[in-house]
Structures are given as structure tokens and as C-alpha cells.
Design a protein around this ligand. Structure first.
Ligand code: S6P
Ligand code: ZN
Length: 195
């Protein structure tokens, strides 16, 4: 039996996760080609300075069965055209695995979607716990003016499927309408055909 030493990390609302952190993943707008509806606006923003959209601070829990991967996502405020900054979004590779998010700072939405086009949105703010049940793809969206900081935890053997969302998108986009978030149809959404 492999006995892992207990460890702890500390959440810092500016710095993300500090202390025991395995790695830090940064996504700039140049890493998010094709994600936003207004590709021209995205390309212009990349040319004008390529803003940091989000960072993920990962605690050193093994990515294997029995463990709980966890960490902190810091999603910065901003928009590409009318569309708020958001994460790429994914399904778990092992589809029957869930995830829990806990809102630490900022305000936003999570959009969740099944492979056959059922979608839901859930508001997230400090103190909100979001349960992402098995089989739901998920994406976080910052609709506020400050970083949206989220703690997450999911089974170590879940893995990530980014390809499905890259090809289908989510059924809905979250855009600013007179300064307020509005959930609108995604004209590029392509529903998967059930097997
Ligand atoms: C992993 C978990 C989060 C996301 C992070 C960035 O299962 O859902 O750590 O990785 O919020 O989102 P994405 O879609 O780029 O991985
Ligand atoms: Zn996930």
C-alpha cells in the first residue's frame, strides 16, 4: 500500500493556492482560439497584449483512483466582444465522475451540459457550493468585475475530455446585455448524436 503523507495548501484570494502546490497552469487569450464567438475581437485582443484569462493552481494529489484532485481556479474579469471570460470547459474522460466547486470570491455562472443537449446554468458567488453530477460537461464564466476564485475537487482518475466541447461548444453563451449577464443561444452549437 502506498501511504501518502497528509499535506495542506492555503488559499490566497489574490495568489490562488499557495504552499503545497504541484503546478500552475495559465491560459492566455492566445491559448483560447475558437472558444469565443467573436474570433476577430479575440485576435485583436491577443495582438494588443494577450491578457491572462485564467490560472489553475493544482495541489499535489495523485491523478489516480482513490485520490481527490483539487486546487483553485482564478478566472479573471473581462470580455471578448459581449462574451464574458470563461474556461475552456470539459467532460470528464471517465464520464461517471462528479466534481464539487466552492465559490471563494467574485461572481459568475457555471454552465453544465449533457452530451445530448440538456443544459443548465448555476450562479456562483462566495459561499456557493456547486455539485457537478457525473456525465455533465462544465464551464465557469466570470460575469463580474473582479476575479472569480473557485475551489474544486474531483476523483483522481476522472481525466479530462476537452475535444468534445471543442467540437460541439456549449448550447448557450453568456453575454453582457446592457451590462447584465444574459444567457443566449449559441449559433455554433452542434448537438452530439446519441449512440
Ligand atoms: C477540473 C476542474 C477545474 C478546471 C479549471 C479550468 O476537472 O473542472 O480545475 O480544470 O476550472 O477549466 P478547464 O475547462 O480549462 O479545465
Ligand atoms: Zn471537471
Amino acid at each position: 500500500m502506498d501511504l501518502l503523507e497528509p499535506f495542506s495548501s492555503r488559499v490566497d484570494l489574490r495568489e490562488g493556492l499557495v504552499g503545497t502546490v504541484a503546478h500552475r497552469l495559465s491560459r492566455r487569450l492566445s491559448d483560447l482560439r475558437g472558444l469565443f464567438l467573436d474570433e476577430q475581437a479575440r485576435a485583436e485582443m491577443v495582438a494588443l497584449g494577450d491578457p491572462l484569462v485564467y490560472e489553475v493552481f493544482v495541489a499535489p494529489a495523485p491523478e489516480s483512483e482513490g485520490h481527490l484532485c483539487h486546487g483553485v481556479t482564478v478566472l479573471h474579469p473581462g470580455r471578448v466582444g459581449d462574451e464574458y471570460f470563461m474556461t475552456k470547459g470539459h467532460y470528464h474522460q471517465k464520464s461517471g465522475t462528479a466534481e464539487v466547486y466552492y465559490g471563494l470570491a467574485g461572481t459568475g455562472l457555471m454552465i453544465l451540459q449533457t452530451r445530448w443537449g440538456v443544459w443548465r446554468t448555476v450562479d456562483i458567488a462566495p459561499g456557493t457550493v456547486v455539485y457537478v453530477p457525473p456525465h455533465w460537461g462544465h464551464r465557469s464564466i466570470n460575469t463580474g468585475e473582479v476575479p472569480l476564485v473557485l475551489l474544486y475537487a474531483f476523483p483522481g482518475d476522472a481525466g479530462h475530455d476537452y475535444g468534445t466541447i471543442e467540437s460541439t461548444g456549449f448550447a448557450r453563451l453568456v453575454v453582457a446585455d446592457n451590462g447584465h449577464p444574459s444567457v443566449v443561444e449559441n449559433p455554433r452549437y452542434a448537438v452530439e448524436i446519441p449512440p
